[in-house]
Design a protein around this ligand. Structure first.
Ligand code: SF4
Length: 476
């Protein structure tokens, strides 16, 4: 693959990454699909190249130009930059076809493919979220994915403990960069203990070096567990990783989250005081690293600041938000975008003369921050919106993020619903369906609450609020 091929491949990765939540993508196929040769076509755009070749949904592409295709990433890689192609296809009827075609450079095939069947991890991490599920949680919540393809596509983390030689070669050959790696600790005893594996497997120094030498960008993650990988272990981890900067671009440090079902005595809950100590420790390290390499490098998850009751750092703290999908800088990014949207509305002279009113539900951790912003919004534009924190009754414990709330949580808050509509965070829903973790769908909740329920991305909140007002105005 030359540089142009690699870059067009990477661009296609970015567009794929826009679909849905990474979690659902990662877990769903393993429960529903059986792995077979090749990659299955799910849809063919009418009048496309694929349609001209008489390809149909249910056909499987087995090889491209004699090279085996294992999934759609392989298909994209094998076809990228190629204009003359021979496809080996197993038709859904069972026939084997060999299809020859010429295509213009970059011409799209008009094909969509089955999702990737994720590879499972072989670890027994003491903090694994699967250990915190209620026993009757849906099966997909127990899937432990560890897949370098999903790491590249969606930013899922892998530990590299059981990566095969074939996968290592694939990352390098197909330029599956960046990779997101859960390091947790560079102290080998601590890492082995946390992952529940022996030291030999826990040692990924050789694998990391190989990736870095091949110029694969790596983002590291630490799940911070009090009394296990904090304090001196954390300091060593940050400095060991920073020694590889800029090949290791950043390390995200996120707190251990325990549901009420985690009763492992080896784990200690994260407290506000613990978060304050971590902020103080890491702020000093950030200063030192900034002076050395010009970036903070080690970035704390938003949850740590929120739990500590400390201010979320400013925009420049996060650089280009390298691990925002891991909840690192998400609040800052949203706050800045929200402020910009308000300024735009002010410039446009927007006011809510009809006093749009509604209820915005979110997790307990973020609710106070959002409330401040919405109060300002109300004061400036005359809306009557309220923010209501939603307790997580399903998982309990420390779980206070929006993405793990359920339909039942919403129903138990029905007394607090006010106004003409309800907004809920889009992360509460499956990526491809309007269903929540407990199986309730948005329409059911809407009927039970007696209000329209809108599931929105935070980024789209202002758009929804103003659109709602416009809808109402035009309905008059
Ligand atoms: S790597 Fe650890 S935390 Fe991740 S799924 Fe496997 S056991 Fe769970």
């Amino acid at each position: 693959m030359n540089a142009d091929q690699a870059s067009s491949f990477i661009d296609s990765r970015r567009s794929v990454a826009q679909y849905g939540s990474m979690y659902e993508f990662a877990v769903t196929p393993a429960v529903t699909n059986i792995r077979r040769r090749g990659v299955e076509i799910c849809d063919v755009v009418p009048d496309s190249l694929g349609a001209e070749m008489d390809l149909e949904s249910g056909d499987r592409i087995i090889k491209v130009n004699g090279r085996v295709v294992r999934d759609y990433l392989d298909f994209r890689f094998q076809t990228s930059g190629e204009t003359e192609l021979v496809l080996e296809v197993r038709k859904k009827s069972g026939e084997d076809w060999e299809v020859e075609l010429d295509r213009a450079e970059g011409e799209d095939f008009g094909l969509s493919f089955e999702q990737i069947v994720p590879r499972q991890c072989a670890n027994e991490c003491i903090f694994c979220f699967c250990n915190g599920n209620p026993s009757d949680a849906r099966p997909s919540l127990f899937i432990k994915d560890e897949d370098i393809r999903l790491s590249f596509l969606y930013g899922n983390y892998t530990t590299l403990t059981s990566i095969t030689e074939d996968e290592m070669r694939r990352i390098v050959e197909q330029r599956l960069s960046p990779q997101y790696v859960s390091v947790h600790a560079t102290d080998l005893d601590v890492r082995a203990y946390m992952l529940g594996v022996d030291k030999q497997r826990a040692d990924i120094s050789g694998k990391l070096r190989r990736l870095l030498d091949a110029e694969i960008e790596v983002h590291a993650q630490v799940v911070l567990c009090p009394e296990i990988n904090d304090k001196e272990v954390l300091k060593k981890t940050i400095f060991d990783l920073a020694a590889e900067y800029p090949r290791i671009t950043s390390v995200a440090i996120v707190p251990l989250g325990l549901t009420r079902y985690n009763t492992d005595p080896r784990l200690t809950r994260v407290t506000p005081e613990f978060c304050r100590e971590v902020i103080d420790q890491v702020s000093a390290i950030q200063k030192e690293l900034h002076a050395q390499v010009g970036t903070n490098f080690a970035l704390l998850g938003d949850e740590i600041y929120l739990r500590a009751g400390r201010r979320i750092p400013g925009r420049s703290h996060y650089g280009d938000y390298p691990q925002i999908e891991d909840g690192v800088g998400m609040v800052r990014s949203f706050a800045n975008e929200f402020t910009k949207s308000m300024q735009r509305l002010e410039r446009d002279g927007w006011t809510s003369a009809d006093k749009t009113s509604g209820t915005i539900f979110t997790g307990t951790l973020f609710a106070p921050v959002l409330k401040k912003m919405i109060d300002k919004f109300n004061a400036r534009f005359g809306t009557r919106l309220i923010v209501e924190p939603l307790e997580n009754s399903y998982f309990g414990g420390d779980v206070s993020v929006a993405g793990l709330l359920t339909g039942q949580d919403l129903l138990s808050a029905r007394e607090r619903v006010a106004g003409e509509f309800v907004c809920i965070p889009k992360q509460m829903l499956k990526s491809d369906d309007a269903i929540m973790l407990d199986g309730m769908n948005v329409n059911e909740v809407s009927r039970a609450l007696g209000q329209p329920v809108h599931a929105v991305n935070l980024q789209d909140l202002v758009t929804l609020l103003t659109a709602h007002r416009t809808e109402r105005s035009s309905a008059r």
